[in-house]
Design a protein around this ligand. Sequence first.
Ligand code: FNR
Length: 190
Amino acid sequence: STYTVGVLVGSLAKASINRLLAQALTKLAPDAKLVLKEIPIRELPLYSYDYDADYPPVAKAFKQAIAEVDGILFVTPEYNRSIPGALKNAIDWASRPWGTNSFARKPTALIGTSPGAIGTAVAQQHLRSVLCFCNSPLMNTVEAYLQFKPGLITDSGEVTEASTEEFLRNFLREYHLFIARVLTVLPRDA
Ligand code: FNR
């Protein structure tokens, strides 16, 4: 069956190479029986537990959007060898109020791109720790650390290198299989 996947892009930059990667993945996803749609994080204020008693509409909508999808794909840059602040903020919002953690039982996967050779590996390692604490079933492999080179993905989200396109297709196929496995033991309506 086809699964719907929410995409959290960890960059707020207009020229974000990770948003470009998210666009490329969105185009390739239907072949792997996935439908990707971005869940925006830009409008979320900075989280504080003062909000827990009365979540603002933007944060309620954010949690609702996560509740409605079968999985969450993180497409994130690495900032200072870690998770970008905007993305960590979004995760903190989704994890609360206490007892309503949006990531529990939600199959997640990570991917990211950087001009640097290690392609966001350290940020992803930190993100793994966070999602582990948030009780998210997380795809361990395929790992996807993509070094970005100018022109690798066109403005319309076409991957220009055949080997990279095949790598991304395989990543999406594996994620589909992973979601299927997780939903077998943790059905969404259970
Ligand atoms: C970076 N960059 C970066 N790259 C990397 O591989 N490891 C890192 O730790 C960092 N640190 C870092 C910090 C900050 C504050 C910025 C703005 C940038 C470079 C980064 O990979 C590059 O700017 C990418 O274009 C970021 O991805 P987006 O935002 O374009 O998707």
